[in-house]
Ligand binder design. Structure first.
Ligand code: SF4
Length: 294
């Protein structure tokens, strides 16, 4: 199978094209030849982005025992529609801060690790930011990885789940779905966006039989109200067997300095991580519904 089929997935455009590269400042007095070149380059770049040949990438790293089973190459894409108060990587929020990377270049890199993935039961994890900000790029990556028999995990908030085509999801082995709140008002306060698209995406994945690991970040004073925890747990339990595990992740302050470096206001400055006992008691709420929870 190839990754050169015509674009059939959702276009990149709804949330804006990445602004990396190209020329936004035209110098004066250089004639038109340079401008013509710039325009041609820019339009080629936009075409490449639209077709998913080029994506805005923050970074990648080789990790073990996180972001899915085995050893994984986790690729962090730039751009995110949410503004989570606890975001550990606020430098991934803006697509323009990423670097243009060709899908083929990334797939060549992925191919080098095939032996490691096979030996450890690992694969690649496409994370962010929010990968579904760049659905055409993701579709090309997952197709290319699947064609090499490399398992793919998609790490998403689900907010843009409607951007994931069934064709894309057929190539995804595991979805790491962040359910950031069970109550709409808490979700809004935590992320600045609506909860419903995430709920809809989780249900769609369950109906399709896509395997899921659910992640819930426990933030004292923000997401830890018993009624919010119960709402998340009830929702996750309603997804049935597609959910393989739940990870309750205690909030930590490791991203704090990045907010300051970016000149962004960080509202959780004074928030302490939850105690081990509190985290365990929240995990028990999930366990009580028969969910394997870490
Ligand atoms: S979804 Fe992830 S990357 Fe986006 S703001 Fe929230 S924590 Fe940050």
């Amino acid at each position: 199978m190839t990754s050169t089929t015509e674009q059939t997935g959702a276009p990149v455009v709804p949330l804006g094209l990445p602004l990396v590269g190209g020329s936004h400042t035209r110098t004066q007095g250089h004639g038109t030849a340079g401008l013509e070149t710039t325009d041609a380059e820019r339009s080629e770049r936009l075409a490449a982005v639209r077709e998913g040949r080029l994506g805005s990438v923050h970074s990648w790293e080789l990790v073990t025992a996180v972001d899915g089973p085995g050893t994984r190459l986790t690729v962090f894409l730039s751009g995110c529609p949410l503004r989570c108060l606890y975001c550990h990587n606020p430098d991934t929020m803006e697509m323009r801060r990423g670097t243009d990377v060709a899908a083929d270049e990334l797939l060549t890199r992925i191919a080098r690790y095939r032996g490691v993935f096979k030996a450890t039961g690992g694969g690649i994890t496409i994370s962010g930011g929010e990968p579904l900000m760049q659905p055409a790029f993701v579709r090309r990556l997952v197709r290319g990885a699947a064609a090499m028999d490399v398992p793919v995990a998609l790490d998403t908030s689900g907010y843009l789940g409607a951007q994931a085509t069934d064709e894309m999801l057929d190539d995804v082995d595991l979805v790491l779905l962040d359910v950031k709140s069970g109550l709409p008002e808490t979700y809004k306060r935590t992320t600045g966006r609506e909860l419903q698209p995430t709920l809809d995406f989780g249900r769609r994945l369950a109906a399709r039989g896509n395997r899921m690991w659910i992640r819930f970040v426990l933030v004292p004073g923000l997401t830890d109200a018993p009624e919010n925890v119960t709402a998340v747990a009830d929702y996750v339990a309603s997804l049935g067997e597609a959910v393989e595990r739940v990870e309750v992740l205690p909030f930590h302050q490791m991203g704090r300095d990045k907010w300051a470096d970016l000149g962004m206001r960080y509202e959780l400055e004074d928030t302490e991580p939850p105690s081990h006992e509190t985290t365990e008691s929240v995990r028990d709420v999930f366990r009580a519904r028969g969910l394997t929870t870490f």
